[in-house]
Design a protein around this ligand. Structure first.
Ligand code: NAD
Length: 322
């Protein structure tokens, strides 16, 4: 088997490679060539940790495996480690033998940013110029960097629940050569052409009334039952897309609109159908499109498989007879 440690991954995979891997696997999911297994996520009663598994099989891409890991909230303050910890395991689909173990921390950020940027490529108005960021945590900069590759953004505006964190967005925008402005939520909803929301919120922050027609919104933070970033009524007004419908209605942003009876499961379209050309996606410049990015195991497997390929090519994968 090949082992690719976390420490070498940043030199191997680019956001572009992660984008291609995620776009392909979303397409394979919609074509029913790839499917995710039910997610396991447990509060283990130790260190307040949430631990779980996300896995799947992509018969088109040949990836079988799982990502194991979760969230250890005291890591940073107690041990100087990042709070999200994960590892991807890949298996040979022909034999069941384990084929690779890959660090999953950077991959998680890259595959999550790739998902929202896939949605921007396929759903945002072509003339989008203002990028609105809600959230300024660890993932936010990956999101911004991936997004700017897909539209000719002229400006970034941002809001965060903890305003003292906004310098992270300002620094990232400066690195990308874009002006940054801190705004309130009604201004963000009114002025942004594309909004990325990536927070750990359990209450809606972006309200339906804030959002202008024609906006594309990527809701990326809600990946657990109970979390919520936008008002449920916004999903009724929007055309709703997702990575996987089963996750969208149970642990994604759509869980609330479904529970309140505002939309039905059949109102939600897998983004892969737009990639494959079997769904038109946005149909007018007035449509609000909303991508509910819940994070599926197949994104992890696709990016991990790409990393293994690159690590073997560059001779940095450790080979173990297992
Ligand atoms: P982080 O802890 O670094 O940052 C958290 C962000 O949420 C900060 O901007 C913080 O100010 C904000 N926040 C905290 N409490 C809030 C509240 N009550 N209301 C509004 N905002 C609040 O986390 P991160 O690594 O940037 O991840 C952000 C979220 O994205 C997490 O919820 C994480 O679970 C989720 N996530 C989703 C995917 C996916 O595939 N969809 C992948 C990775 C992470």
């Amino acid at each position: 088997m090949h082992i690719v440690p976390e420490s070498v991954i940043s030199d191997l995979i680019t956001p572009e490679a992660a984008f291609d891997a995620v776009e392909q696997v979303f397409a394979a999911m919609a074509a029913k060539d790839a499917y995710n297994f039910p997610v396991v996520r447990e509060a283990i009663g130790h260190e307040d940790a949430l631990y779980g598994f996300k896995g799947g099989f992509d018969s088109a891409g040949g990836s079988l495996g799982l990502k194991a890991g979760g969230y250890w909230p005291h890591n940073l303050e107690k041990r100087g480690l990042i709070n999200h910890q994960s590892t991807v395991f890949l298996f040979d689909p022909d034999t069941g033998k384990v084929s690779a173990m890959v660090g999953g921390n950077l991959l998680t950020a890259l595959r999550t940013a790739a998902a929202s940027s896939v949605s921007i490529k396929h759903l945002a108005r072509k003339d989008s110029e203002v990028l609105g960021m809600i959230g300024a945590g660890h993932q936010s900069v990956f999101q911004m960097k991936a997004a700017v590759k897909h539209r000719d953004f002229k400006k970034v505006i941002g809001w965060n629940y903890h305003p003292e964190m906004l310098s992270r967005l300002a620094d990232c925008a400066a690195e990308l050569g874009l002006p940054f402005e801190e705004v309130d939520l009604p201004t963000l909803g009114r002025d942004a052409d594309v909004i990325i929301s990536i927070t750990s919120s359990f209450d809606p922050t972006l309200m339906d009334a804030h959002v202008s027609p024609g906006t594309h919104i990527a809701c990326m933070g809600t990946d657990t039952k109970g979390k919520q970033e936008v008002e449920a009524a916004l999903l009724k007004r929007a055309r709703v897309f997702t990575d996987e419908v089963a996750q969208s209605i149970s642990i994604g942003e759509a869980q609330h609109a479904i529970a309140e009876g505002l939309i039905e499961e059949s109102d939600i379209t897998e983004i892969g159908a737009v990639i494959n050309g079997s769904h038109p996606g946005r149909t007018s410049d007035e449509d609000i499109t909303l991508f509910d990015g819940t994070g599926v195991g197949l994104q992890d497997l696709a990016t991990a498989a790409k990393v293994v390929e690159l690590a073997v090519e560059k001779g940095v994968a450790l080979e173990v007879d297992f």
